[in-house]
Structure formats: C-alpha cells, structure tokens
Design a protein around this ligand. Structure first.
Ligand code: TYM
Length: 330
C-alpha cells in the first residue's frame, strides 16, 4: 500500500473545526486504502513557548482526539513525534541542505514572527518547516493530506527531497500534498476572511471540538454574516455565509447548490440553526470518546508506545541510509 503521513500540533487543549474538516476527516477515510502514519508533532509545538505540564496533557489529548475521530490504531500507525529521535536527527541533516533565503521565504514563519518581531521568534520556529520535511521523508510517504495552509511546507519538502537525491543518490520518495479542493479552508466565524486557527486572538470565532454543545451553538448563532439577506455561496461578497454553507455542506454531506435551493427565502438564523445542529451531531460522539480515552491514560500510552515502536523501525531504516549517503560515520 502507498504510504501517507500527516500530523498536527498539540498546541491547544482542543482541536478546532478546521483541523477536523481540513485534515482529520480526510485521514480517517484514507486509512482504509493507505499505509497511514499519523503523528502528534509535539516538537513542532515547542517552537513557541509552551507550559511543560500543559504540553504533556495536550499531547495525550490530541492523540485521543485522533482516535475519537476515527483513526484506528490497529490499522494506522499513530505516535508522538518525540518518541522517534530520528525526526530531530534527519532534520539536522536537512538543515544543512536548506538555503537560508529559502527558509526565509516561508510565509507561515513570516506571519508568526511578524506578530512578535523576529527577535522574539526562535531559530526553532525558523527551521520548523525543515523538521516537517524530516517527518514526511523518514517514512517515504507519497501523499501528505493537509489543509491549504501547509502547501508551501510540502513544496519545500519536495525541493529538499529532490536536492538530496541529486546530491547524494536516490534516497527519498518525493511526496505530494493532497489538499481537499472544496474544503481546503475553514474560516474564523467572527472574521471569515482569516482561517480558523487554534492560535486566533479571540476564541469567539473558533469552534473547538471538545467545547460543550451550548458554547459551540452560541458561537455559531453569533457568527458574522454579511449584508443583505440572500443565502448563496460567494466567497468575495459573502464570506461569512459562504463559510457556514461550506461547513454545512461538508458535515451534512450535501452539495452547496442543493443547500442554496433549500435556503431560498429563508433567513440567516435558519442557516445558523442548521449549522449548529450538524456540528453538534458530528462533534458530540468525538467529545464523548475523547473523554473515555482520557480517563484511561495508561491504555492510551500503551497504544502510543506501540505506534512509536513501528515508527522507529521505519524511520531508523531511512536515517541509516541517509547517514551512509552523507558520510556520517556509524
Ligand atoms: P496544524 O497543527 O496547524 O494543523 C493541522 C492540520 O489542520 C489543517 N488546518 C485547517 N484546514 C482547514 N481549515 C482550517 N482553518 C485549518 N486549520 C488547520 C492544517 O492544514 C493541517 O493539515 N505544520 C503542521 C503540522 C505538521 C505536519 C507535518 C503536517 C508537522 N509535520 C508533516 C503534515 C506532515 C501544522 O502546523 O498543522
């Protein structure tokens, strides 16, 4: 089976709806047909300050949400990044073939470092995409299912793989991003031109997978809509309504066109009500299952240890080859 690899940062106590739609729901479908490897990228999370106790808790919680959303640890390999030392080891080698200018052009670094100034940004944040390349290349993944915001990082991964292969001989599979076309991006409910993000400035527009039903419903009913009354999909003129239609369409498994017809002549309140319902239907079981898993951390840790064992096997094979190619004495 072809290999897929993907990961998420444990940077909040709950995943958000964008993670769920843009990534997790694709992953669960793909695990049937692929050799699927999913990672909680805790080493990426420490590129910005983290509370150590909190990070441990959020790492477990993120893994629990993967499983609760349908990742089956018996079918897929599920593990924690820091349990596989080869990630840091390969990242170092890849750092040495990454151009400084090339890394400087990564838009996510520019965005994140602009918020607090480049002096506050760590070198770890700067070289974050190189660690991500190492994640993917260690497993010889062909396909990387991610949201639109990760496209540039996967492009860099391809460039590094090609460069390494041509300098040192064929070593890496050159991976490709798989980005769902229609739902590549879920937007903030209060600011529907910005992507929904765990690190948003306010949480009013953020749907968290683990929030209680009433909190989520309130946020949806207060979502920013647009001038006029018409319910139609139009990203430029009606970003708020379009975002709600997208969410309803994906989670309700209905086409946007049929929703537009259904909501002809109805008000924004009706649309929000329908969105709130489908979101609750989707998230309620995920929430319940996550709590169950979190109630037995020893069992969860056992599952993760098993995943790490398999991941280490694969990753070390690639790393050995890389060290040999580069001439790092064993
Ligand atoms: P992260 O943790 O920010 O997000 C995890 C996944 O969720 C997707 N996503 C979204 N999709 C649609 N709409 C949104 N509003 C939205 N917000 C987030 C992201 O595109 C991503 O797929 N650098 C990565 C983690 C990573 C990784 C990897 C991914 C590290 N190594 C190797 C793939 C392969 C990140 O920060 O994702």
């Amino acid at each position: 089976k072809p290999v897929i690899f993907s990961g998420m940062q444990p940077s909040s106590d709950s995943l958000q709806l964008g993670n769920f739609i843009g990534a997790l729901s694709q992953w669960t479908k793909m695990q049937e047909d692929y050799d699927a490897i999913f990672c909680v990228v805790n080493m990426h999370a420490i590129t910005v300050p983290q509370d150590p106790q909190g990070l441990v808790e959020r790492t477990r919680r993120t893994a629990a949400q993967y499983i609760a959303a349908g990742i089956d640890p018996a079918k897929s390999t599920l593990f924690i990044q820091s349990h596989v030392p080869a990630h840091a080891q390969l990242a170092w080698v890849l750092n040495t073939i990454t151009g400084f200018g090339e890394a400087s052009r990564m838009t996510q670094f520019k965005d994140k470092s602009q918020k607090n100034g480049t002096d506050a940004a760590s070198v770890g944040l700067f070289t974050y995409p190189v660690l991500m390349a190492a994640d993917i290349l260690l497993y010889q993944a062909e396909t990387v299912p991610v949201g639109e915001d990760q496209r540039q990082h996967v492009e860099l991964t391809r460039d590094l793989a090609n460069r390494f292969n041509s300098r040192f001989g064929d070593t890496f599979v050159v991976p490709e991003a798989q980005i769902p076309k229609t739902v590549a991006k879920i937007y903030d409910l209060q600011n529907p031109t910005a992507k929904m993000s765990k690190s948003a400035e306010t949480e009013a527009g953020l749907i968290k997978v683990l929030d209680p039903a009433n909190v989520t419903k309130k946020k949806i009913m207060r979502a920013v809509t647009d001038d006029g009354t018409e319910i139609r999909f139009d990203r430029a003129e009606k970003p708020g309504v379009s975002n709600l239609l997208t969410i309803l369409s994906v989670l309700g498994e209905r086409s946007v066109a049929s929703l537009e017809t259904e909501f002809t002549g109805k008000g924004y309140g009706h649309l929000k009500q329908a969105v709130a319902e489908v979101v609750e239907e989707t998230l309620a079981p995920v929430r319940a299952r996550t709590e169950e898993l979190m109630a037995d951390p020893a069992e969860l840790d056992r599952l993760l240890a098993r995943g790490a064992e398999r991941a280490n096997d694969i990753a070390n094979r690639t790393l050995d080859l890389v060290y040999e190619r580069v001439g790092l004495m064993r």
